[in-house]
Design a protein around this ligand. Structure first.
Ligand SMILES: Nc1nc2c(ncn2[C@@H]2O[C@H](COP(=O)(O)OP(=O)(O)OP(=O)(O)O)[C@@H](O)[C@H]2O)c(=O)[nH]1
Ligand SMILES: [Mg+2]
Length: 470
């Protein structure tokens, strides 16, 4: 059974639908008002934890996931239908990270319990129809917006084990042996320390109850400081609801082993020592293991471990193991559900930040490439989105765009940097314009008509449209 599993997938939320330009046509009403409806919002992309899944193998077969876009608005103020959200089912315990995130950035989401869901990509806003542009000055607006683009990103999925019980202890104590006895798991068992390098999961079915055990690789002094794979292992402990602490009865100093592990837990996260713990004094089939048993028991009792949580067992022969597991189950059942969830390590991220809407039009940067054909690139979250949502089919939309370029100070900045008639201006990646020094409305309209006649219609996404700007 593999505990670690990773996959990389592409997700794309639905684009918003286009707004519509329409006017009411009614009998006896010669000049109806604007009635073009807004486009529908695009669908979002979510991940949701599905308890029927236990691996990420499905993501080897399908890599691209897209939510349904919003529909365009219609006449008579009809709003376009909203896109449909896409729910990507993943096994509980899946962590989602942005592919481009730095190593220290927190994950986008983590779904732990069945039904947990998290929003990964937000659908684009529906473009406004011309009815939305009506004002006291503009009674018959001849423009509408394109829908906003749905978020898209590559994300890495990582499956982390979510075990009820973590089996901890010093190297070679018999943790893997115990796991193999309580479950059908077949972890590697060997007579040397650090046999286990990756936690093994085992499902224990007993008394009609299912308990998932994880065999945590041997903890050693300094683990909390990252010695060995310390941090990794301790992080796994955090997600377990209870711990079984295995002591090696044949060790020269079982009490020292016990306190060393407890110290590591406490140093890493004081909550870890407060997790319910059942202690298994192991290897009691070995004759001289009984030397320290009474002493260890006294020590544990004196340190607050309840008597019914201390067992002398032999993982090798199975002695007392059933009683140990029953006690573990009892401890789990005694925990309130809420506490179980609180200690499961969930980050409780349900929604990544929405598309930032506080970006301002006057926050932009200009890059110039004057080596070949002269190209100026304008970058800025707000202006780029505005350009994408401008429907260049409408003259008034183009006019509105030009005004925003003015008000935001972009035209002024371009002029100051020495832009020349005929230079290309890119806004973001997709929108290509041509600079004209004559900025009068007449020149703009003429240029728009010329382009419209040449193209019939301006292709969306690659709007090539001369004489804007200035
Ligand atoms: N006699 C006896 N030997 C045991 C018992 N349990 C485990 N062993 C032996 O102890 C050695 C270590 O067992 P593992 O289960 O690999 O120990 P571990 O704690 O998983 O060790 P690491 O993964 O290296 O941390 C093996 O040789 C086992 O056969 C037991 O109850 N009695
Ligand atoms: Mg092991």
């Amino acid at each position: 059974m593999r505990c670690f599993d990773t996959s990389r997938i592409y997700i794309k939320a639905g684009d918003g639908g286009k707004g519509c330009v329409a006017f009411r046509r009614e009998k006896f009403v010669p000049k109806g008002g604007p009635s073009g409806g807004n486009g529908g919002d695009g669908g979002n992309v979510w991940v949701v934890a599905d308890p029927n899944l236990n691996s990420l193998s499905a993501f080897r077969r399908q890599v691209h996931y897209r939510a349904i876009p919003g529909q365009p608005g219609g006449g008579s103020n009809r709003t376009g239908a909203e896109g449909t959200d896409l729910f990507i089912a993943v096994p509980p315990g899946t962590i989602v990270r942005d592919r481009d995130a730095g190593p220290d950035e927190p994950p986008l989401a983590e779904v732990v319990k069945a039904g947990d869901k998290a929003l990964l990509a937000v659908g684009g806003r529906g473009g406004r129809g011309n009815a939305s542009f009506k004002s006291s000055r503009t009674k018959a607006p001849q423009l509408a917006e394109n829908g906003g683009p749905g978020q898209e990103r590559w994300v890495d999925l990582e499956l982390r084990l979510v075990a009820d019980v973590g089996i901890i202890g010093v190297p070679n104590a018999g943790k893997s042996t115990l796991l193999s006895v309580v479950s059908a798991a077949k972890p590697k068992v060997a007579d040397y320390p650090f046999t286990t390098l990756v936690p093994n999961l085992g499902v224990c079915e007993m008394d009609f109850r299912t308990t998932v055990f994880a065999d945590i690789p041997g903890l050693l002094e300094g683990a909390h400081a990252g010695v060995g794979l310390g941090h990794e292992f301790l992080r796994h402990c955090q997600r377990c609801r209870a711990l079984v602490h295995v002591l090696d009865g044949t060790s020269p100093d079982p009490i020292g082993d016990y306190t060393a592990i407890q110290t590591e837990l406490e140093l890493f996260n004081p909550d870890l020592v407060n997790k319910p713990q059942v202690v298994a004094y192991n290897k009691v089939d070995v004759p001289d293991s009984s030397d320290y048993w009474e002493e260890v028991r006294e020590y544990l009792l004196a340190n607050g471990v309840p008597a019914d949580c201390i067992y002398a067992v032999s993982a090798a022969t199975g002695r007392n193991v059933i009683d140990l597991v029953r006690q573990v189950r009892k401890v789990l059942d005694a925990m309130p559900e809420d506490e179980a969830a609180a200690t499961s390590g969930a980050l409780n991220i349900t929604e990544p930040p929405r598309r930032r809407s506080d970006a301002r039009m006057d926050q932009f940067a200009i890059e110039a490439d004057l080596s070949g054909p002269r190209v100026w690139t304008v970058r800025g979250e707000a202006i780029e989105r505005f350009a994408q949502m401008t429907n260049w089919d409408y003259y008034e939309a183009a006019l509105r765009f030009q005004k925003v370029m003015d008000v935001a100070g972009i035209n002024k900045a371009l002029r100051a940097k020495g832009i020349l008639e005929g230079d290309t201006v890119l806004v973001g990646e997709d929108i290509e314009l041509e600079w004209a020094d004559d900025q009068s409305e007449g020149a703009l309209f003429e240029a728009w008509m010329t382009e419209r006649k040449a193209k019939g219609r301006v292709a969306q996404g690659s709007a090539r449209w001369p004489h804007i700007g200035g």
